[in-house]
Design a protein around this ligand. Structure first.
Ligand code: FSO
Ligand code: SF4
Length: 545
């Protein structure tokens, strides 16, 4: 195996024996093969589209297959194997349609013709189609940067799809981009241009998901979220999928089972539509990487609607359920929706009824819900605070949390920020500082949480709005600094989206991606002012200028 797609890549270079995330080498290789098969299917789909042939099952397959290969999403070898088979079957069917219409391929990439039927043959091939099969380090770096951006896009497209929202141009782009990563005639400059185009579609997919979430469940609003526990048994819900969350809330009503959010599901607390459920009692615990202790202490079942799943300990493994793109060998999986009906959560609900109530980890509340609509309602107050100098600078600290000790930097950074600064956050990165007593500025909390990582879109909308209010020509003239923590591939699409919007001088940590070759990193440094992090004191000095 060779994998370097996330921030925790071994030695900052890549995992080669087993993933730091817990992914075994056979699963890692099969995921590479799944990406390879998805690329072949995408070449067909891209070329077929030029002839007016669009086939829905292919669109769904592409985003679902990619989502399954995101860090910490799916560790289940059987599921990956099944998905490869599904991809090969779809490719054969699409080939027939394409040829029946007189289509002729312009590519002869191996992913268009390779086939096999046994797991043994899959594994043999899988070992040779990974990242290292591209020899040139810069081409490899750019191809992977694009693939990871598209993976992040796939995750967000899937959540929007689950709520009935789609944009065909997104699917067309994802497939075009995947096809391009197999094209040896493209130059490094072509791939840089495609990377920027990926950012454009990154903005679009986040906008679509924002529309899907807010039209379905209302605009997030300022909310005090309870951190303590109640006396009933509960189900803890993690991941990002709000449709799953809604269906579970409905099915647990009146059952005596309470619902709590974990990690990236915390922002569900901010949506008006979910507030009417009295058995939705609050958030339990912290970011994904603390799940071992926290799932243990929860005592009841846990539902993972997406990543980030940590390989579960035997002591609580039988209480873990996955659904959607998430999966783990030996963990119960809740089947997908059929014929427009809800998922059936009865098994996890019955399980919960037999469990003890959660052990209390903490008490008190935290405040969140500062997505674009809510912040716009406070716009006068915010603009005034900037004009009077009460707010001197905003710090966008969106992104991800992770288990590395070096991430203590973000807690210290938030803690040491001078008075007159406000943190704008989204994603699980917030857990590094959202429980610090940072106070407020004239009633505006010093940590404004917009929501999940995809709600970084809200932060961009807020920045663009402020640019308009202050009549500036360039988004970089705003008093906003970007100190972003990344972990997996959704953070890659968020980063590319910000670059597309013209944001400069983003600091990225705790380490720069292992998949950036020195030359590609240079392009980002020279054109966008991307930088890593240093010490908290040095960085605050630089940012406060
Ligand atoms: Fe975090 Fe995991 Fe949301 Fe990611 S829980 S790390 S970028 O899946 O998607 O922020
Ligand atoms: Fe390593 Fe990250 Fe890949 Fe897991 S996802 S194998 S931790 S680089």
């Amino acid at each position: 195996m060779f994998c370097f797609q996330c921030q925790e890549a071994a030695k900052g270079e890549g995992c080669t024996i087993k993933g730091v995330c817990g992914k075994t080498d056979d699963v890692a290789n099969l995921q590479d093969l799944l990406v390879f098969v998805t690329k072949g299917l995408s070449i067909y789909a891209h070329e077929a589209r030029q002839m007016g042939i669009e086939w829905e099952p292919v669109n769904r397959f592409v985003f679902d297959a990619l989502f399954m290969t995101i860090t910490n999403a799916n560790f289940d070898k059987k599921k990956i194997e099944e998905k490869i088979r599904e991809g090969l079957k779809l490719r054969a069917e699409l080939k027939n349609r394409f040829e029946a219409e007189g289509g002729k391929l312009s590519s002869n990439h191996e992913s268009l013709t390779w086939e096999a039927d046994t797991l043994e043959a899959f594994e043999e091939k899988a070992a040779n189609v990974g990242i290292l099969s591209t020899a040139n380090p810069d081409v490899r770096s750019l191809r992977e940067l694009i693939v990871y951006g598209v993976k992040g896009m796939a995750a967000y497209a899937e959540h929007a799809f689950n709520l009935g929202y789609e944009k065909k141009e997104l699917y067309a782009f994802m497939q075009k981009a995947l096809a391009a990563t197999t094209d040896d005639t493209l130059s490094a400059d072509d791939l840089v241009a495609l990377t920027m185009e990926t950012g454009k579609y990154g903005v679009d997919v986040m906008a679509l998901l924002d529309q899907a979430n807010t039209e379905s469940y209302g605009n997030p609003e300022i909310t005090e979220v309870n951190l303590g526990v109640q006396k009933n048994p509960g189900i803890l819900v993690s991941g990002h999928d709000l449709k799953d969350f809604e269906e579970l809330l409905k099915q647990t009503e009146g059952t005596g089972v309470d619902i709590y959010t974990h990690s990236e599901m915390l922002p569900a607390n901010y949506y008006p539509a979910f507030k009417k459920y009295e058995h939705f009692v609050g958030n339990y615990g912290n970011a994904w990487w603390k799940q071992k202790e926290e799932f243990e202490a929860f005592n009841g079942p846990v539902l993972l609607t997406t990543n980030c799943l940590v390989p579960p300990a035997d002591s609580y493994k039988d209480r873990v359920y996955t659904t959607g793109a998430a999966g783990f060998d030996g963990v119960k999986h809740i089947a997908p929706r059929k014929n427009g009906e809800s998922k059936d959560f009865s098994e996890i609900i019955e399980h919960a009824k037999k469990c003890a109530a959660p052990t209390e980890l903490e008490t008190g509340t935290i405040v969140g819900g500062f997505a674009h609509n809510q912040v716009m309602q406070l716009a006068d107050k915010v603009v005034d605070a900037v004009k009077t100098g009460a707010i001197k600078k905003f710090f966008v600290m969106a992104g991800c949390d992770g288990r590395m000790k070096s991430r203590d930097y973000y807690t210290e950074f938030a803690d040491k920020l001078p008075e007159g600064t406000v943190i704008l956050t989204a994603g699980c990165a917030k857990y590094r500082y959202n429980k610090l007593p940072l106070g407020d500025i004239g009633g505006i909390p010093r940590v404004l949480d917009a929501g999940q990582c995809n709600d970084s879109y809200s932060l961009a909308v807020i920045a663009l709005k402020l640019k308009e209010v202050f009549e500036l020509n360039d988004i970089n003239e705003l008093p906003i600094a970007y100190n972003i923590a990344w972990y997996e591939q959704k953070a890659v699409i968020v980063l590319l989206a910000l670059l597309y919007l013209g944001v400069k001088n983003i600091h990225l940590g705790p380490t720069l991606p292992a998949f950036l070759s020195p030359n590609v990193a240079n392009v980002l440094v020279e054109n966008f002012g991307i930088a890593g992090i240093k010490t908290v004191d040095e960085d605050i000095e630089v940012f406060m200028g």
